[in-house]
Design a protein around this ligand. Structure first.
Ligand code: NDP
Length: 286
């Protein structure tokens, strides 16, 4: 038997749960594919991508910190990856590498299917302006959100996100420097959807105990989403629950983006239940 491979490129990748739920999917369908996490330093990325061109590889996931750099090292970029400016999923066509972005559809699907929230005509505020924020904002624009406000620590990153993504939707996309205290509370009160796309609250990071929004500024009645998958209940989501808001965590987005990648690599429907169960088990849930 000749094994084929799919890999995860990132740094660090040791704690990623993608290998757990991707391998569960390949095994469930009886496919001879091994999914491996490859610890990849920035300097080694070109060599890793050269290796992927070999015919035993069916594709790859790309994670922090390579999502933007990988885009310029491939042969072709699909529309979503090009517009977002980042790729989390590489496909093969012969020896050619094609960049896709399944974070966009992963987020859309989790919002619709897990939070039952239709963004059409709604007002959203997004914290963060990195690669994930760009995917989320693009998804909201594609889903005809009426208004998207971007707040980020570095104003120049928020400004370029808005300039580059605004042509891709009809809703109002804008940014402003993030205010604090009463001013933030006042600004947020009319938003129906609040999304954390920063790394504030991420397990194992120096900001693990923090949230991008203080509890009193969370608009009552809003849906509060944290796309961070680990921990399952971030400081932001805890605060949102105390405030009586509906909440959505990042685990389902992670599995949906992985399921979309699986389908692009194999051409087969992803066994979503199997992947979700494996992801939940990897997070210590039954
Ligand atoms: P980036 O490094 O591209 O962006 C990080 C963002 O966090 C930037 O907006 C940055 O602001 C902000 N930030 C970082 N530290 C601080 C701080 N101390 N104070 C305020 N803001 C800060 O990362 P990504 O966009 O790729 O990922 C962001 C998060 O989303 C990660 O936690 C990741 O785990 C999660 N994610 C989840 C996915 C899922 O499927 N569930 C998919 C992709 C990402 P600045 O611009 O000022 O540096």
């Amino acid at each position: 038997m000749r094994w084929r491979h799919a890999v995860l490129l990132g740094h660090p990748v040791a704690h990623s749960i993608s290998p757990r739920f991707q391998q569960a999917a390949f095994d469930h369908l009886g496919l001879d594919v091994r999914y491996e996490a490859w610890e990849t330093r920035e300097a080694d990325l070109p060599q890793r991508l050269a290796t992927l061109r070999g015919d035993s590889f069916i594709g790859a996931n790309v994670t922090v910190p390579h999502k933007q750099r990988a885009l310029v090292l491939v042969d072709v970029a699909q529309d979503a990856a090009r517009v977002v400016g980042a790729t989390n999923c590489l496909l093969k066509q012969g020896e050619e590498l094609i960049a896709a972005n399944t974070d966009v559809d992963g987020f859309r699907r989790s919002l619709r299917e897990d939070a039952h929230f239709d963004a059409r005509g709604r007002r959203a505020v997004v914290f963060g302006a990195g690669g994930a924020a760009r995917a989320v904002v693009f998804a909201l624009l594609q889903d005809s959100a009426a208004e998207v406000l971007v707040l980020n620590r570095s104003p120049e990153r928020a400004a370029s996100l808005v300039t580059e993504l605004a042509p891709h939707g009809t809703g109002e996309l804008w940014w402003q420097p993030q205010p604090s205290g009463d001013e933030l509370e006042w600004l947020l009160r009319r938003f129906e959807l609040v999304i954390n796309c920063t790394s504030l609250g991420l397990a194992g990071s120096p900001q693990a105990g923090t949230a991008p929004v203080p509890e009193p500024a969370l608009p009552r009645g809003a849906l509060v989403v944290d796309i961070i998958a680990n921990p399952l209940l971030t400081p932001l989501l805890r605060a949102a629950r105390r405030r009586g808001c509906a909440t959505l965590g990042g685990l389902s987005m992670l599995v949906y983006q992985g399921a979309a990648a699986f389908e692009l690599w194999t051409g087969l429907p992803a066994p979503l239940g199997v992947m979700m169960d494996a992801a939940r088990a990897a997070m210590g849930l039954r």
